[in-house]
Write a protein that binds this ligand. Structure first.
Ligand code: UD1
Ligand code: CA
Length: 461
């Protein structure tokens, strides 16, 4: 079976009140349209056709890299009209799967079942029973329960409106009859639109069986029309992801306070994630990694046994086994920590390598640096990496000890096992195994008197 996925995405999305086309809004960090695209890709369809319209140039420039055929629907004249735009792409022997660009949570299994129900004499239709069917097309069945047609709410009689089974809009149908029916569509209805849904009555008239299937959960077919629905779908999506992670063996302290906006590309055993953690992009988590509360991680590799403590912000970093980062640490892109490194509170690291067992525990800035093994960087140490024009590197060799409140004015190298006295400003390379310090000698002035305020005269007497 050769499947062509048609993603309808020309809707205006007025109710989003946004400068962005609706399908570019995100759920779980991914555009609505990309969710639908990925579903089609997972089904290994032959071709994906995206029918775009309002603001489509923006969508094209954001998602044009996806291997899909983009077709513009210049005027928005209904779902039937949208499908007509793609008619040249539809082979007679192919099966056409109609998807909506603003329905992002549809599951692959559901669509696979739907596709099995489309055949030479049957049309697969995804329907769902809703407590409140307002706004949807209603599924009209005969006394024996056979689907006869779909009536849009605006065209429906009060009895028809009482029906709670609705059309999700998702359907699967063979190419040849679809093209025949599209030609016969008319727009003499309440909205003056070409309704794709009218093909159902045409199919029935030709003796087709309408095979209505249902999604596993009604959440799957929820669409996004406004920001409220966007937020609702985000939550549903996150709950699914949290469950999936727990099934993969992760301890989530509270699955309701967890957000994954990307994917976990590697996952070890017994990972623990505390509350309010946001994971973005591509994340790897090694065995027994522990992520503390309120941590933000983006595109980061967390090695086995690593502890990321509360309120740390980490982006584009690699953290070696058994390291400890935070609380309140910030690792910026290209920070590479080897095994057993400690990065403590209010420490910022950028584009730096820190080798095995080194420690930067308090209030420091390490930028454009290479730090060797077993180095201790004292509190308040700053790499002065920027001269206002260019960035320069600081190299600290194995075993060095940097006293607190040191400024390392780059480019500069601190030799192996060197010790830097606290409060030093280091502007030149320092030799191995020596104490180097650059601070004024301490002196005490004898006989010096602290100035005193003149006594106020009492005016009471
Ligand atoms: C449509 C169905 C309705 C169903 C509902 C489910 C028709 C006539 N009605 O309703 O039975 O219950 O979906 O949500 O099909 N689109 C275009 N071009 C257009 C019009 C729509 O690309 O000219 C796209 C939209 O971007 C959207 C989808 O088609 O992704 C559905 O459009 P929308 O206006 O939301 O659906 P309704 O017509 O209200
Ligand atoms: Ca709609």
């Amino acid at each position: 079976m050769e499947v062509i996925a048609l993603i309808l995405a020309a809707g205006q999305g007025t109710r989003m009140r946004s400068g962005l086309p609706k399908v570019l809004h995100r759920i779980g960090g991914l555009c609505l349209l990309e969710h639908v695209y990925r579903l089609a890709a997972a089904l290994e369809v032959r071709e994906t056709v995206i029918v775009y319209g309002h603001g489509g140039e923006q969508a094209l420039s954001a998602l044009g890299h996806l291997p899909a055929t983009w077709i513009e629907q210049k005027e928005r004249r209904g779902t039937g009209h949208a499908v007509m735009q793609a008619v040249d792409r539809i082979g007679d022997d192919s099966t056409v799967l109609v998807l909506y660009g603003d329905v992002p949570l549809l599951r692959r299994e559901t669509v696979e079942t739907l596709l099995h129900h489309a055949g030479e004499s049957s049309l697969g239709l995804l329907t769902v029973e809703l407590d409140n069917p307002t706004g949807y097309g209603r599924i009209i069945r005969d006394a024996s329960g056979r689907v006869l047609r779909i009536v849009e709410e605006k065209d429906a009689t009060p009895e028809e409106r009482a029906v709670r089974e609705v059309n999700t809009g998702i359907l699967a149908v063979e190419g040849a009859p679809l093209k025949r029916w599209l030609k016969a569509l008319r727009n003499d209805n309440a909205q003056g639109e070409y309704y794709l849904t009218d093909i159902v009555a045409m199919a029935v008239a030709e003796g087709y069986f309408i095979d209505a299937t249902h999604p596993t959960s009604p959440d799957e077919v929820l669409g996004v029309n406004d920001r409220r629905q966007l937020a609702e779908l985000e939550r549903i999506y996150q709950v699914h992801q949290a469950r999936a992670l727990m099934e993969r063996g992760v301890t989530l302290r509270d699955p309701a306070r967890f957000d994954l906006r990307g994917e976990i590309v590697e996952l070890g055993r017994d990972v623990e994630i505390d509350v309010n953690v946001i994971l973005e992009g591509r994340i790897a988590l090694g065995d027994e990694a522990r992520i503390g509360p309120n941590v933000y991680l983006k595109d980061t590799v967390i090695g086995p046994g690593v502890a990321v403590l509360a309120n740390s912000v980490i982006e584009g970093a690699v953290i070696g086994a058994g390291s400890r980062v935070g609380p309140f640490a910030r690792l910026r892109p290209e920070s590479v920590l080897a095994e057993g490194v400690h990065i403590g509170n209010f420490v910022e690291v950028k584009q730096s390598d820190i080798a095995v067992g080194s420690k930067v525990n308090h209030l420091s800035y390490i930028g454009d640096a290479s730090i060797g093994r077993g180095v201790n960087v004292g509190a308040g140490t700053i790499t002065c990496n920027y001269d206002g024009v260019a960035k320069h590197r600081t190299i600290i060799e194995d075993g060095a000890f940097i006293g607190s409140d040191t400024q390392l004015v780059a480019p500069v190298r601190v030799g192996r096992n060197a010790t830097i006295g606290a409060g030093s400003t280091i502007t030149r390379d320092t030799p191995e195994d020596c104490l180097t310090l650059s601070r004024a000698r301490q002196l005490s002035v004898e006989g010096w008197k602290r100035p005193e305020k003149a006594r106020k005269e009492s005016c009471a007497e």
